[in-house]
Design a protein around this ligand. Sequence first.
Ligand SMILES: *[C@@H]1O[C@H](CO)[C@@H](O)[C@H](O)[C@H]1NC(C)=O
Ligand SMILES: *[C@@H]1O[C@H](CO)[C@@H](O)[C@H](O)[C@H]1NC(C)=O
Length: 182
Amino acid sequence: MASIIRHALFLVLVTVLFSPILFGTHNVVIAYDDLIKQQCHNAETPSLCIQCLKSDPKAPQADKVGIATIVINCVSNHSKTLASNMTELASKEELDKKLKSAYQRCIKGYALADKHLLKVVSWLKTGDYDKANSGVMSALEYELLCRASFEVSKWEIPSLVVYEMRVYEALSEAAFRIIDRF
Ligand SMILES: *[C@@H]1O[C@H](CO)[C@@H](O)[C@H](O)[C@H]1NC(C)=O
Ligand SMILES: *[C@@H]1O[C@H](CO)[C@@H](O)[C@H](O)[C@H]1NC(C)=O
């Protein structure tokens, strides 16, 4: 039951917050290993999923769990990039105090998200796919909260950082769909 609620929550969040405008609609899936194409094919933005898998040389030999783990690693990498970008942004002297503390909350959120993602990797190994799925969602919630705090207050944040956030969300969604089909 709890998992159904989380599932519904996730879909609502994605529908409300996931904007296809940044990426255009479904990009053409480039020729690649069949399993990889098949795994990324249900994602909202297959191109980002495929780009992530291509960044790992082990992807062509990976099984389903391996594929999901690679996508989770990509999400984790994006959370680290975002934390580092926001650390830099928050360090600016002239920054509005509220914006600074919003960045700091986000930085903490990404660190917590990363902890969830680490657990997801071990849950994938042990075959606890429901737990893995809710772990992906917990990690995504930190990102959605972070982005919502900027949107509500209408603070300007660098567009490249906004793009990173969207990629994080898109890859979380891809991971969710991959694990959901196990
Ligand atoms: C994540 O980042 C690490 C360190 O920068 C890198 O070695 C690794 O290949 C990246 N993983 C993916 C899947 O992009
Ligand atoms: C974000 O951080 C990454 C890694 O530290 C860096 O390569 C990138 O240029 C940064 N982007 C912005 C917009 O600051």
